[in-house]
Design a protein. Sequence first.
Length: 257
Amino acid sequence: MNVTNRTTQLMASSRVVTWLQAGLGLVCLWGMTSQADVLEDLQTALEASNLPIESIADSEVPGLFSLKLTDGTTLLTDVTGTYFIQGDIYQKTNGRMVNLSEQERSDSRKALIDGLDETQMVVFAPPPSKRKTTITVFTDIDCGYCRKLHQEVPELNRLGITVRYLAYPRAGIDSASYDKIVSAWCAPDQKKALTQAKAGETIPGRSCANPVKAHFEMGELVGVTGTPSIVFEDGRLLPGYLPAARLAAQLGLSSDS
């Protein structure tokens, strides 16, 4: 093969590579446009469903889309918006099953809790130099395990754990439990009143502008189904009571701290 022919082949090969690169670029651009069209078509198809949709996005499962409803519920749907799945998505990663749905809920929960005003909470905290982590607890006055957890607060503080209380009267708004917890939140010394009420003592009835209803609604939004419900700093939700030492272990702290 002479030099001229070799040069001609190389130039032709170069043009082919250039065309392929350009073609791949167009395919990628078409793919992005197509995906946007798919989402737009799906949104149009779902308008007749009357679902209170907050957002639509790709899901971790190929071919399925994630619908976030205004009440916090997440649904999966197909490209036509005809079929719906409710439940957790798991992914096999490095030989173990990872709950992707719970990770997403934790991230959402963290964002919601981080957006709350701490001055509207009743906070039991160790000295600033001793603080290691914070838990946010949805609590009820009449809940037995809430009272048991409250007895552990001094030990939790000793371990460097700040306890922030949000009000969650399990019986609902306008119940006797609601009135009791409002009285604690409206007391001149909230921590003292809450401690007395959780010990079964009767505290003076009070009323004031208070965050109890807002806290209750937040509990519903982040998935609280009972009390106590404990939210860690990373958004994980622990339903129920644990003794201080076991709770510290869940937080990665030693009970000898």
